[in-house]
Design a protein around this ligand. Structure first.
Ligand SMILES: [Zn+2]
Ligand SMILES: [Zn+2]
Length: 343
């Protein structure tokens, strides 16, 4: 591998999403950090469910849409003071402008000028320094990428929004990585969790991650009744929609207890809901929860150090050279979190 005088690689491998489920690992020049950025040598990156659209469809506008990664800082831009070469970091995929009221409060996702990142599935990537979280030495890479990425971030933010009111029972609809993360975290926090999915493999994972019961979705089944039965005859106080499917969202409303709450985690288009039937007559509240607040990181770190073990969400691991296999496994819909590793 060609190197510059400071030891950095000139050329690196990067995953390129070509569309139609085709992946190539190609050589590209190693990027240079801008003044407010750092260059990170990737230790591990995670594939997010949101990447499946590009994988199955048109590919990625950049080489890849990877946005969950952790590694070691190998160069810093001229204006960077908060990080130095050698620091272990994980990244927040959403970075705010850095000078509005929301950014000052540590809420990049609420910044009107926030932006997302990509191209993290590569041997090196650049990231805005203020969007990096320092990983203490006792936090392993796998845990680090989950705590700073969607893996634990989405379930944690969802949970912190729900914590505004006490509850003891949760049904999680859709047991992809985000749904499984919710199962793991809600169980860890002492709630009784029912996992709902089509896939037997994912129901099994939910059980391993702490679900008290699972319900397999089959045609003609009365899902709300099955969930109530799993909870000893009562409906759940909270339903989390993590499938991103209109029919599943409707199911959350028909399943949730009167006076209960529905949370949207799964991205989806317009959905037909009735103010009268779905909200008013049963005092139902619904809200969304997107990614996580930058300032929630210390709390997630505490959870990871307090026995949560976020790496239990990882079911598959591939080297960057086997990225095609990694995407194929993720797209098959039977995995928890899928990681790419770098030598
Ligand atoms: Zn994501
Ligand atoms: Zn801002």
């Amino acid at each position: 591998v060609a190197r510059r005088h400071d030891g950095r690689q000139l050329i690196m491998k990067i995953v390129s999403l070509l569309g139609d489920q085709r992946i190539e690992v190609v050589d590209r020049p190693t990027p240079e950090p801008a003044a407010d950025e750092v260059l990170i040598r990737t230790a591990v990156s995670a594939i997010c469910g949101s990447e499946m659209n590009g994988y199955r469809g048109k590919g990625s506008a950049r080489d890849n849409s990877g946005h969950e990664g952790a590694g070691i800082v190998t160069a810093v831009g001229g204006d960077v003071t908060e990080l130095k070469v050698g620091d272990r970091v994980g990244i927040s995929a959403v970075v705010g402008c850095g000078h509005c009221e929301q950014c000052a409060a540590g809420r990049y996702t609420w910044c009107p000028n926030n932006r997302g990142t990509a191209n993290v599935h590569a041997e090196y990537f650049t990231h805005t320094a203020r969007g990096c979280h320092l990983l203490p030495d006792d936090v392993a890479w796998d845990a680090g990428v989950l705590i700073t990425g969607d893996g634990l971030g989405v379930p944690f933010h969802t949970s912190s929004r729900l914590a505004e009111r006490p509850y003891g029972t949760v049904a999680v609809f859709g047991l992809g990585p985000v749904g499984l993360g919710a199962v793991m975290l809600q169980s860890h926090l002492g709630r009784t969790v029912v996992g709902v999915d089509l896939s037997e493999a994912r129901l099994q994972l939910a059980t391993e991650l702490g679900a008290a019961a699972t319900v397999r979705v089959t045609p003609d089944q009365d899902i709300p009744a099955a969930v109530r039965e799993a909870l000893g005859g009562v409906a759940p106080e909270v339903c989390i929609e993590a499938a991103g499917v209109p029919a599943t969202a409707k199911l959350c409303f028909t399943t949730v207890r009167t006076g209960g709450r529905v949370v949207f985690n799964g991205e989806q288009g317009p959905l037909e809901l009735s103010p009268s039937a779905d909200f008013i007559r049963r005092d139902i509240s619904a809200h969304g929860a997107w990614f996580y607040h930058f300032n929630e990181y210390p709390q997630m770190l505490d959870l990871a150090r307090g026995g949560l073990e976020p790496a239990r969400l990882v079911t598959h691991r591939f080297t960057i050279d086997d990225a095609q296999e990694a995407y194929r496994a993720m797209a098959a819909g039977l995995t928890g979190k899928v990681l790419l590793t770098y030598s």
